[in-house]
Design a protein around this ligand. Sequence first.
Ligand SMILES: Cc1cc2nc3c(=O)[nH]c(=O)nc-3n(C[C@H](O)[C@H](O)[C@H](O)COP(=O)(O)O)c2cc1C
Length: 323
Amino acid sequence: MTNTKQIIINKNFKLPKTILSPMAGITDIVLRSIVRSYSSNTLLTTEMISAEALCNKPDVKISEVTQKDSPIFCQIVGHKVEKMAKAAKILESKCQGIDINMGCPVKKVTSGGDGSALMINTSLAYDIVQAVKESIKLPVSVKFRLGFTKEQENFIEFGKLMEKAGADFITLHGRYRSQMYSGASNWEKIGELVKNVSIPVFANGDILSYEDSQKCLEITNAYGVSIGRGVLYDVSLLSRIENNDKDVMTFQNKINVLKDYINKECDYRGEKVAIKFMRKFYPFFINNLKNASKYRLALMTEETLNGVNKILDDILSHYLLEV
Ligand SMILES: Cc1cc2nc3c(=O)[nH]c(=O)nc-3n(C[C@H](O)[C@H](O)[C@H](O)COP(=O)(O)O)c2cc1C
């Protein structure tokens, strides 16, 4: 990690250097508890929570947060100023800060004016941040992209505007909305933002290893890193970055973490739902395995916890024979 110390924002919040990026359908209470078990310091984030839904149902399941998550920011998504401010107020007692989603590229979200669509409605984006900041005592952050399209690139003006509106820090994903997840995150551009604002910037996008984090920090000179998918390849990555630990998790360990993860999701969601829910995670956990596609297919079609555990045991015993 960088040599610079953690700073205090919003009077009393010691800002960590690493963030678990918000990921819808992924950074649920279970994954967060696993990431937390490796790092007591990293800043966790919830999945995006619709301000509109929360205002209608203040205890909506997706907003479930526990003491063990702390420090955690709840991420809200929406475009109605009063609803965003009200949602932040509803969440205030559960978390240490509010992150505002201005980066989500998904059509379902942007077509309603939410997520990255706010990058082309900058005065509304400003009003939202200002209103959220005024409604709560907690720190407020904003996560956004380089622009809606390459032609509409505005991340520097946008970052400055977010700072002026009261954001305590910002996270930049170095892609345009139009790229969705294709191409590469442009770390050089993140570095340009760092030079142009006075609040901390977290670099985001394509940081998959400890080495990537160091390279990204070198290029961007960012305050810290926000990591999504990389954490699925190695749930200890954020902790390793904080501790300058280059040793990747062993495959055996990864499988044991996966088993624990599945068990916990079964407790949380019920076996039938959890087994289907977990299917999206297997490619991340068994990516380095020989014959991964054969095992992936078996895991993707298995319907029971017992069956999944048997496949994972089989994977482990074959793997151990090979090393
Ligand atoms: C499945 C998935 C769900 C995501 N959901 C959210 C979200 O709810 N809010 C958000 O701001 N970004 C969301 N993102 C974007 C990530 O936070 C992050 O910006 C992006 O994945 C790039 O970082 P990474 O390369 O470290 O994964 C999501 C990404 C993925 C892959």
